[in-house]
Every structure is written in structure tokens, then in C-alpha cells.
Design a binder for this molecule. Structure first.
Ligand code: NAD
Ligand code: MG
Length: 334
């Protein structure tokens, strides 16, 4: 299974991109990494940015050609949309769609806009995806070091008959073929990505940490101890799982911790939490989550801003800020 449908550099033909211009729209986390890796792989790249974008100078200092979004979209034979997912639909109608001709390849790094009907491309256009399974700075750093970050690839629409070959070449050119490129489809990528970030990685983990912290503080324990036990040490456990899996992590912790893990974890994530996970997945699959998120943005993002502020005001942030300043070795990794 692990090796099923995985492609490497030897399976890709970079010559498929010869004579083609790749337009990278956006120069954020993914955009800068794709643009620079493609360029260093010998691909002809232009970057599309807003006129007043602060990233312009940064991209130009790398020697990249920077154009307005509309100009880049029309210049590109391959157009990779690396703009915020929630803005893609409006930028598509206003600045991208006119520049996409039949036979062009329209690409994404996340299935959101296509899976949830935010963007509908003409039938004569190829639609593909290359989604690195890591943040852009890792995608760039690994490439420079001669390695790569595994990528997902997918073809949603193959009007020319060449879409797969081109998508694979693109994935290889940003370094994905050094690690492995796994083929999937837009729906599976979009749905699992949203589920992971909502139920486990972001939503699940932050709520778990805050609930544990609050439980100890409400019971009268020192918030600094609560911070260490419920947030700080999470990294040690996650690092072990990341390197060796759950069993490898359990091998490294004490027998007492392992017994507590195996007998108490399912009390925290019990039937109610599992039912909630199914509900979250159903909301994603039905498109209800996407609809809600797009509506929130169209309404000006008031709830989003309020929840951000509430999160920033939580006691754990103040306690953590103080403790992290005592640990100068903690630096942001990316
Ligand atoms: P980002 O927020 O880091 O960058 C977005 C870029 O778009 C910035 O350069 C910003 O200036 C530009 N932009 C914003 N509004 C614009 C507008 N109106 N006109 C022109 N440019 C505009 O985004 P990101 O994290 O790189 O995400 C891009 C895509 O990659 C998304 O589809 C995301 O789901 C996907 N993705 C991200 C990651 C990740 O780890 N960050 C991983 C895999 C896939
Ligand atoms: Mg994601």
C-alpha cells in the first residue's frame, strides 16, 4: 500500500515543461517555494502579484519576473493558483479567468476551490493539483539541500491528454519526485485536508491543550505547571510520533506514562468525540463547511476576527509568553 501509486523523478519527464511558461499567482508560503524551485529546475517562471504587494521586491530580488495577476495568468501556459483559498473565487473572476485559454493547465495546491465549486474552469482547460505535504519554507529548504517534500498530485480535467504528464513534471520540478509523489483526486485531498486540520491537527489539538490547561488551573494548580504539562511537552510527544509512530513514542516514555496513555486516552476521546468527528466529516463532505467559510468572508470576517481576539486573550497565551522567554533555545523553525 505504502508504495502504491507513488511516483519519483525517474517517472517524470521535465521536458514536458520545455517551452512553457509557468505563472505562479501569489508569493506567500507556497508561492515563493514553487517559484524558486521551478526556476532552479530550469523552468521559465513568472510571478503574479498585486501592484502594491510587499512581496514584489522580494520576488524581484530573486531575479523573478513579476507581473500583475491578470498579466501573469494570461502569460502562463501553466497557471498555479497559490492565493488564499477563501479569496480564490473572487480573484478568479476578476483577474484570472480571462487569461486562461483552452489547452492551458490550471493548477492548485489544495482541492478546495474546485471540490467546493468556487471555481469552474472551461471544458477545454486542463485542471491539476500538486500539494506538498509541508509548509512552503520546508519545500524550499529541502529542495536547496537536494531533498524534497512528498507531494500529492491529482488531475481533475484532462482536456489535452497531456495533463498528467505535465502535473507530474511540475511536482518533480519543485522537488516532490525526490521524496515521492502520491496520486489522489481533488475530493479526497480537499476532504481529508480539512478534516485533519479541524478534527485533529488544529481544532482538536488546540481544544485539547486548552481544556487540559483549564482543568489543572481550575483545580488550583500553578498555571506555569499547567502550561508545561499540557502545551510545552506536547512537542516532545509529537516529535516522537513523527519520527517513530505511536508505538515508537510509547517505547520512549515511562511505563507509568504508557499505562496512563492506554487506559485513560479513550476517556478523553470517547464516543461523543468520535461522533463529533463524524459530524465534522459530514459537514465537509456536504459542502456545508465550505459554504459557511465563504459566507463568513463575504460578510467581512467579523466572527473570524472576534474568535482570533478571544483566542489571543486566553490565559495560556500570557503564561506561555512569559515561560517561552525563559527558554531562548525555542526559535521558530520555519
Ligand atoms: P499565503 O497566505 O502564504 O500566500 C498567499 C499569497 O497570495 C500572498 O503572496 C498574498 O500576498 C497573495 N494574495 C492575497 N490576496 C491577493 C490578491 N487579492 N491578489 C493577488 N495576490 C494576493 O498562502 P499559502 O499558505 O501559500 O496558500 C496558498 C495555497 O497553497 C492554498 O491553496 C493552500 O491551501 C495551499 N497549501 C498551503 C500549504 C501551507 O503549508 N501553507 C500547504 C499545502 C498547500
Ligand atoms: Mg492544509
Amino acid at each position: 500500500m505504502a508504495d502504491e501509486g507513488i511516483f519519483y523523478d525517474k517517472d517524470a519527464d521535465l521536458a514536458a515543461l520545455d517551452g512553457k511558461t509557468v505563472a505562479i499567482l501569489g508569493y506567500g508560503s507556497q508561492g515563493h517555494a514553487h517559484a524558486l524551485n521551478l526556476r532552479d529546475s530550469g523552468v521559465d517562471v513568472v510571478v503574479g502579484l498585486r501592484e502594491n504587494s510587499e512581496s514584489r521586491r522580494e520576488a524581484e530580488s530573486e531575479g523573478l519576473t513579476v507581473l500583475d495577476v491578470a498579466d501573469a495568468a494570461s502569460r502562463g501556459d501553466v497557471v498555479m493558483v497559490l492565493l488564499p483559498d477563501e479569496r480564490q473565487a473572487e480573484i478568479w473572476s476578476a483577474e484570472i479567468a480571462d487569461g486562461i485559454a483552452d489547452g492551458n493547465l490550471l493548477m492548485f495546491a489544495h482541492g478546495f476551490s474546485i471540490r467546493f465549486g468556487q471555481i469552474e474552469a472551461p471544458a477545454g482547460v486542463d485542471i491539476g493539483m500538486v500539494a506538498p505535504k509541508g509548509p512552503g519554507h520546508l519545500v524550499r529548504r529541502q529542495y536547496v539541500e537536494g531533498r524534497g517534500v512528498p507531494c500529492l498530485m491529482a488531475v481533475e480535467q484532462d482536456a489535452t491528454g497531456n495533463a498528467r504528464e505535465l502535473v507530474l513534471a511540475y511536482a518533480s520540478a519543485i522537488g516532490g519526485g525526490r521524496a515521492g509523489i502520491i496520486e489522489t483526486n481533488f475530493s479526497d485531498e480537499a476532504e481529508t485536508d480539512l478534516f485533519g486540520e479541524q478534527a485533529v491537527l488544529c481544532g482538536g489539538a488546540t481544544e485539547l491543550v486548552q481544556a487540559g490547561f483549564e482543568t489543572l488551573v481550575e483545580a488550583g494548580y500553578d498555571p506555569r505547571l499547567a502550561y508545561f504539562e499540557c502545551l510545552h511537552e506536547l512537542k516532545l510527544i509529537v516529535d516522537l510520533m513523527y519520527e517513530k509512530g505511536i508505538q515508537g513514542m510509547r517505547h520512549s516514555i515511562s511505563n507509568t506514562a504508557e499505562y496512563g496513555d492506554m487506559t485513560r486516552g479513550s476517556k478523553v476521546i470517547g464516543p461523543e468525540s468520535r461522533a463529533a468527528m463524524k459530524e465534522i466529516l459530514a459537514d465537509i463532505q456536504s459542502g456545508d463547511f465550505a459554504k459557511e467559510w465563504i459566507a463568513e468572508n463575504q460578510a467581512g470576517g467579523e466572527n473570524f476576527d472576534r474568535m482570533r481576539k478571544e483566542g489571543a486573550d486566553h490565559q495560556i497565551e500570557k503564561v506561555g509568553g512569559g515561560l517561552r522567554s525563559m527558554m531562548p533555545w525555542i526559535e521558530t523553525e520555519f
